[in-house]
Design a protein around this ligand. Structure first.
Ligand SMILES: Nc1ncnc2c1ncn2[C@@H]1O[C@H](COP(=O)(O)OP(=O)(O)OP(=O)(O)O)[C@@H](O)[C@H]1O
Ligand SMILES: [Mg+2]
Length: 258
């Protein structure tokens, strides 16, 4: 299990991410960090601006040839570059890349979703070389499928693939809610695989939270590893997510001991 921390940033605006970037900068002085970002909201904005129709299925965007161009441009060009620039401004040696670079994310097409792929493996050499050099890789969720076609991958899925491939001890999913909410609307502090699946079956966990909680579970490769889903907007959110068991939702393979 490695000290590397994998952090996923939800697709909010750069202004909202300012806090988290400062926190990433602090943590990256202490341990290696890989940052993965989403960008669904920004892609939707651009698709609307350009008049390209879009639809979701089970929290995943169905992507056609016109929308993959926009998605790739926005993720790699706009969102990734903004994050790299923001981190570099804070003194972090951030390097932008996507899962396409170095063939990093090994992916296969999901039937019926268009140009959307799931991550099935990680070629870790490129990440390792950046981490060894003290750099912070910032990864956009794109990957080539088995035919070499550029596809969109869900950013949570990309995060899980990277965390599992690196054997990361901790994975944090920063989002726009304070964690997984139960049927009563209150945040759940700990959730197991079985509890998560029943919350999905009951419709309590819906939309983008479905791939997120499944990714959080997939990131758990060893017994000691943990995944946290938390709000990225509060002060020191990342520091709290990795150090405070009462912050966010801690996703575990088995129920927490009573
Ligand atoms: N039980 C639940 N608890 C908390 N949030 C939930 C729940 N069910 C559905 N959600 C929704 O999931 C959303 C988070 O997923 P979403 O995909 O929108 O954000 P993200 O993954 O952080 O961003 P991006 O997809 O752009 O990377 C919340 O804003 C909320 O609307
Ligand atoms: Mg999402």
């Amino acid at each position: 299990m490695s000290e590397v921390l994998v952090v996923k940033l939800g697709g909010t605006t750069i202004a909202e991410q300012r806090h988290v970037l400062g926190d990433v900068a602090r943590v990256s002085c202490i341990r290696p960090v890989v940052l993965v970002h989403g960008g669904g909201k920004r892609i939707t904005e651009w698709l609307e601006r350009l008049g390209v129709p879009t639809r979701f299925e089970g929290g995943l965007r169905v992507t056609d040839a016109a929308s993959i161009e926009v998605a790739a441009a926005v993720l790699r060009g706009v969102v990734n570059s903004e994050l790299v620039a923001g981190l570099r401004d804070l003194g972090v040696d951030a390097v932008g890349l996507s899962g396409v670079d170095g063939g990093m994310l090994v992916a296969e097409r999901i039937d019926g979703m268009g140009l959307v792929a799931r991550v099935v493996g990680l070629r870790r050499d490129l990440l390792d070389s950046l981490l060894v050099a003290g750099r912070v890789p910032v990864v956009a969720p794109l990957a080539c499928d088995e035919d070499g076609v550029i596809c969109n991958v869900n950013a949570d899925d990309a995060t899980a693939g990277i965390a599992a491939g690196l054997g990361a001890r901790q994975t944090v999913f920063m989002t726009d809610v304070d964690g997984i909410r139960g049927a009563d609307g209150a945040r759940i502090a700990d959730v197991s695989a079985a509890e998560a699946e029943s919350l999905i079956a009951e419709g309590v966990i819906a939309g983008g939270m479905i791939p997120k909680v499944r990714a959080a579970l997939a990131a758990l490769t060893t017994d000691g590893s943990e995944a946290v889903i938390a709000a990225g907007s509060s002060d020191a959110a990342l520091t709290r997510a990795i150090g405070d068991p009462a912050f966010g939702t801690h996703v575990r393979r088995t129920p927490a001991a009573a």
